[in-house]
Structures are given as structure tokens and as C-alpha cells.
Write a protein that binds this ligand. Structure first.
Ligand code: HEC
Ligand code: HEC
Ligand code: HEC
Ligand code: HEC
Ligand code: HEC
Length: 401
């Protein structure tokens, strides 16, 4: 009983914040539940309070928190523990010092920005000016009666993708910010192995599952000329979209879903493919391991290419943007200038492309489930592209595309 009591108190306080801040609940009619242990056994009684009540209390006792049911408590409780509600996360606090979020960022980094962008707040679509800081992915982001009117989303590649329901929300924010087209535009016809000051690291951005899921059709990766790429990873029915696997509130993967078809719910251990893609010959491990192995191989070839072909060693530091740093003297330590780390500044078109693909694949921690085939293809083609100037015999690596 102790634990149960505690849960209700937590949910009650979570509800109050959400109700007041986001939903504006507390008007006119209040649903009061005389409740035993579970919500489903609750009996409902409706109390007419007339004016907006200062306190939500049943008319008769006993007054203790665990007897007061909170509508939507499960959804609120799950959401309150998810990344979407984490107001302390970098994804929501990045603009604290500026005091406002620029429109281009607010689309995905604030519920209010999202609504403004899509015209769900009664204004025309598009964000007029900066958006206030402090917002998260609140309830109204996904529970908006107008959301159903959004029928297509333009991806960073320029591809216009039809959407319906909650998918419109997920696809807006989890599409990344750059695509192969961005890389093509930057590198154009420049000679592949010539350093060019005009080009630099292109960041696909983060958590871009909706784009990786759409694969060669969504074109988030840099797709090498003359190669075919797997399209959207349809998985298998009844898996049709993001919330087939992710609980929309906790965001965690519903592992029991996987067990309908797979023998394990550990996504990293799941494998259907009967071939080894990473040259190990081991098909007992999950497909995620092949993807990781080829991503690691690509990274080591990126480093060799930087040192041997470009002539300036590159150091990757995943914790600090822009992640790729210069090590001109090759001592294994990032160069310093005026007390600051020197970002890598001798990019060639070939390097920009392979680094972009490496980043696309590793920016999506669920890519093995979102689109394993596309991930393997992007990695293979980037490895192959670097193998030329590095004089590496592709066949000797034993990789499969
Ligand atoms: C308004 C933009 C927005 C929408 C809409 C949105 N997300 Fe997110 N999502 C984010 C941001 C920002 C983060 C990172 C939050 C953080 O770092 O705490 C995130 C994090 C996540 C995570 C990582 C898990 C975690 O707890 O950090 C998953 C999974 C996820 N979202 C799935 C979804 C799904 C599925 C949908 C659609 C039902 C969706 N998101 C809709 C912006 C959005
Ligand atoms: C298309 C949607 C989208 C747009 C537009 C967008 N972001 Fe993001 N951003 C995300 C998502 C989703 C995440 C969550 C990644 C995570 O932490 O899981 C994120 C994460 C971040 C992070 C946290 C990275 C980290 O290492 O934790 C920063 C910083 C950030 N974005 C900055 C920006 C800036 C600055 C802009 C505007 C110039 C911007 N974003 C525009 C979707 C977007
Ligand atoms: C990222 C998008 C997203 C956010 C944010 C979100 N929801 Fe939901 N919610 C959904 C989706 C999608 C469904 C439908 C679930 C399904 O069909 O399986 C849903 C279903 C529900 C349901 C129906 C019962 C249930 O739990 O499935 C309730 C109630 C609910 N949400 C309340 C809320 C409340 C309250 C908040 C804010 C605390 C919230 N939601 C935030 C996407 C979201
Ligand atoms: C087949 C099931 C499945 C589908 C469908 C699916 N995901 Fe995932 N997703 C996963 C798995 C598995 C992970 C890895 C989770 C882990 O290891 O914690 C993941 C991870 C993620 C992450 C990174 C979470 C983190 O911890 O940073 C995001 C964001 C995400 N998914 C969003 C989406 C979006 C948006 C969609 C719809 C376009 C989607 N997912 C569709 C299974 C799925
Ligand atoms: C309805 C059956 C079904 C369900 C449910 C299902 N899967 Fe799958 N899964 C498949 C099929 C079929 C494939 C092979 C699809 C293909 O390659 O075209 C697959 C492929 C995969 C792969 C890639 C394996 C490989 O070797 O390429 C991963 C990872 C995966 N599923 C993870 C998950 C996770 C995680 C869940 C639960 C959240 C899940 N699946 C739920 C049927 C299912």
C-alpha cells in the first residue's frame, strides 16, 4: 500500500503542473472518482462547482490523495518521466542565455514553436518571431484537434512525405536538419580529394529516426551516384509507425511487441538477416552489431584518410560540437589556439560525404530497428569510397552491402 500511495502523490503533483500550465483544466465540472486500488475500479461522480475551483476536493471524505483519481494519470505519469518533458535537458535549455528560441530551432525544441510552425495555434503556418524559452514537448503538441489537418511534411532532402495522425508530429521533429542534398549542394563538382576552405562539417542533427526510417526514399544520407538504396523500412504488419513500437508518452520501446515475431525483445540482439555484413561471418549476433562494426571501420578509415591523404589528422570528440577536431602535428591531442580546441578545418569533398554518413548512422541509436538495410548501405558505400585513395582492397574486408 505504501508504494501505491506514493505513486498517487507523485501523479497528483505532476497532474497539477500539467493541468494548470498546459491543459488549463479546472473549469466548471470536475470529475471526482471514489477510488479503490486501481483506476479501472473507480466509480465516477460528477460535482458541479460553478466557478473555477481553487481546490479540487471531493465533497465528502475521506480526504487523502490516494482516493482522488487523476484523469489521464497514466499518460501524464509516463510523459513526466520521458525525455519530452525533461525541461532540464540541453534540447530545451540550449537558448537559456539568449532568453528566446529562434524560429528555425523552436519548431522542434518547444511545443509552442511546433504549434506556431504548423498553424495549430490559430495563426497562419510559419513562425513569425522568436519563441519563449521554457517549453517542452507538451501534451498539446500531439493532442491538438488540428493535427489531423497536416497531411505532408517536407524533409531536409526536399522530399515531401505524406503523413497522418501522430506521425505528423514525430516526423516534424525527428527528421534531422540536413540531408544528402545539403552535402551535394556544398560539395558540387569540387575535386574529391582537394582541401577546400569553403566546405566543412555538415551535421545531420540528432534523433533523426523518422528520416532514417524512410531510407533511400527520404534521402537523408549522402547517396553515392550509381548506387541503389533501400527505401522505407516497412518492417512487418501490424508495425506501421512510430507508436507501434514506442509508447507515445514514456517513449520507451514496448518490448513485448517484439516478442510476437522475434525470439528476443533485446533489440540489439535481434537478427533476421542470414548474411554477415561486417566480414566476421558471425550471424548469431544482432544486426546492430554489424552496423556498429562497420561504423567503427568507417571511422578508422576516416582517420586514416585525414592523416594519409589530407595530411592533417582528425580527432572525434562526440561530447563537443562540432565533434571533429584538428591534430596537425599528429600527437593524438587536439590542437589548441587561444586556449580553445581547433575544429577540423581541412575538409575535402570526399571527407565531408563519409563523415556525414557516419554521423547520420550514429545519430540514430535505433537505426538497427528503424532501417538496418539503409544504414549498412550508407556505411558500405562510404567505406568503398575511401578505400580508393587509401589503396584498401574492398574484397579483403569481406563486407557485404
Ligand atoms: C516538438 C518536437 C517533437 C515531437 C512532436 C516529438 N518529439 Fe520526440 N523528442 C523531441 C526532442 C527535442 C527530444 C529530446 C528530448 C530530451 O533530450 O530530453 C525527443 C526525444 C525523443 C525520444 C528519445 C527518448 C527520450 O526519453 O529522450 C524518442 C524515442 C522520441 N522522442 C520519440 C518520439 C515519437 C515516437 C514522437 C511522435 C509520437 C515524437 N517523439 C514527437 C522532439 C519531439
Ligand atoms: C527538425 C527538428 C529540429 C530542428 C529544426 C532543430 N532541432 Fe535541435 N534537436 C532536435 C531533436 C529531435 C533533438 C533531440 C536529440 C536528443 O537529445 O535525443 C535535438 C537536439 C538538439 C541539441 C542537443 C544536442 C545534444 O547533444 O544533446 C541541441 C544543442 C540542438 N538540438 C540545437 C538546435 C539548434 C541551435 C537549432 C536551430 C538552429 C535546432 N536544434 C533545430 C530536433 C531539431
Ligand atoms: C509525442 C506525442 C504525444 C504527447 C507529447 C502526448 N501524447 Fe497522449 N497520446 C499520443 C498518442 C499517439 C496516443 C494514442 C496512443 C495509441 O493509439 O496507442 C495518445 C493517447 C493518449 C491518451 C489515451 C489513453 C492512453 O494513454 O493511450 C491520453 C489520455 C493521453 N494521450 C493524454 C496525454 C497527456 C495528458 C499528455 C501530456 C502529459 C500527452 N498525452 C502527451 C501522443 C502524445
Ligand atoms: C520496430 C520498432 C520501432 C519503430 C517502428 C520505431 N522505433 Fe524508434 N527505436 C526502436 C528501438 C529498438 C530503438 C532503440 C532503443 C534503445 O536501444 O533504447 C529506438 C530508438 C529511437 C530513438 C532514440 C532513443 C534514444 O534513446 O535516444 C528515437 C528518437 C526514436 N526511436 C524515434 C522513433 C520515431 C520518430 C519513429 C517513427 C518514425 C520510430 N522511432 C519508429 C524501435 C522502433
Ligand atoms: C509482426 C512481426 C514483427 C514485430 C511485431 C516486430 N518485428 Fe522486427 N522484424 C520483422 C520482420 C519480418 C523483419 C525483417 C524485415 C525485413 O528485413 O524486411 C524484422 C526485422 C527487424 C530488425 C532487423 C533485423 C535484421 O537482421 O535485419 C530489427 C532490429 C527488428 N526487427 C527489431 C524489432 C523490434 C525492436 C521490435 C519490437 C519493438 C520488432 N522488431 C517487432 C517482424 C516483426
Amino acid at each position: 500500500m505504501q508504494l501505491n500511495d506514493y505513486r498517487h502523490i507523485v501523479l497528483a503533483s505532476a497532474f497539477r503542473i500539467v493541468a494548470i500550465a498546459a491543459l488549463g483544466i479546472g473549469i466548471g465540472t470536475v470529475q471526482v472518482h471514489a477510488q479503490s486500488d486501481s483506476d479501472s475500479e473507480a466509480e465516477e461522480a460528477t460535482v458541479e462547482t460553478g466557478e473555477e475551483p481553487a481546490f479540487v476536493m471531493p465533497r465528502s471524505g475521506p480526504f487523502s490523495p490516494q482516493t482522488i483519481a487523476i484523469p489521464n494519470s497514466r499518460a501524464i505519469g509516463a510523459w513526466a518521466r520521458s525525455g519530452h518533458s525533461d525541461a532540464s535537458a540541453e534540447a530545451f535549455r540550449h537558448w537559456d542565455e539568449d532568453g528566446e528560441i529562434p524560429p528555425v530551432c523552436a519548431v522542434c525544441h518547444s511545443g509552442a514553436g511546433f504549434r506556431s510552425f504548423h498553424g495549430l495555434d490559430g495563426t497562419d503556418p510559419g513562425i513569425e518571431g522568436p519563441v519563449a524559452i521554457g517549453g517542452v514537448v507538451d501534451c498539446e503538441t500531439c493532442h491538438n484537434p488540428q493535427l489531423g489537418n497536416i497531411t505532408e511534411i517536407t524533409l531536409p532532402s526536399g522530399v515531401v512525405h505524406p503523413v497522418s495522425g501522430a506521425e505528423a508530429a514525430c516526423t516534424t521533429c525527428h527528421q534531422g536538419r540536413a540531408a544528402g542534398a545539403t552535402v551535394e549542394k556544398a560539395t558540387g563538382d569540387l575535386p574529391a580529394d582537394e582541401v577546400n576552405e569553403e566546405i566543412g562539417f555538415i551535421n545531420p542533427h540528432y534523433a533523426l529516426a523518422a528520416s532514417t526510417n524512410l531510407g533511400g526514399y527520404g534521402q537523408v544520407g549522402y547517396q553515392y551516384p550509381g548506387k541503389d538504396y533501400s527505401g522505407r523500412f516497412m518492417h512487418a504488419k501490424p508495425i506501421t509507425g512510430c507508436v507501434s513500437c514506442h509508447s507515445p508518452h514514456s517513449l520507451s520501446v514496448r518490448e513485448d511487441t517484439c516478442l510476437t515475431c522475434h525470439t528476443t525483445s533485446d533489440s540489439k540482439a535481434i537478427r533476421i538477416s542470414r548474411f554477415s555484413f561486417d566480414g566476421s561471418g558471425d550471424t548469431t549476433k544482432g544486426i546492430a552489431t554489424d552496423i556498429q562494426a562497420n561504423a567503427d571501420l568507417l571511422m578508422s578509415m576516416i582517420q586514416d584518410y585525414a592523416s594519409d591523404v589530407v595530411g592533417t589528422a582528425i580527432i572525434f570528440d562526440g561530447a563537443h560540437y562540432p565533434y571533429f577536431y584538428a591534430d596537425a602535428n599528429g600527437d593524438g591531442v587536439i590542437d589548441q589556439a587561444e586556449g580553445r580546441n581547433v575544429a577540423y578545418n581541412t575538409w575535402t569533398p570526399r571527407l565531408v560525404k563519409s563523415v556525414f554518413n557516419w554521423k547520420v548512422v550514429t545519430a540514430d541509436p535505433g537505426i538497427h530497428a528503424h532501417n538496418p538495410h539503409y544504414a549498412l548501405e550508407l556505411l558500405y558505400d562510404s567505406i568503398e569510397d575511401l578505400s580508393g585513395p587509401l589503396n584498401v582492397d574492398m574484397a579483403s574486408l569481406g563486407l557485404l552491402r
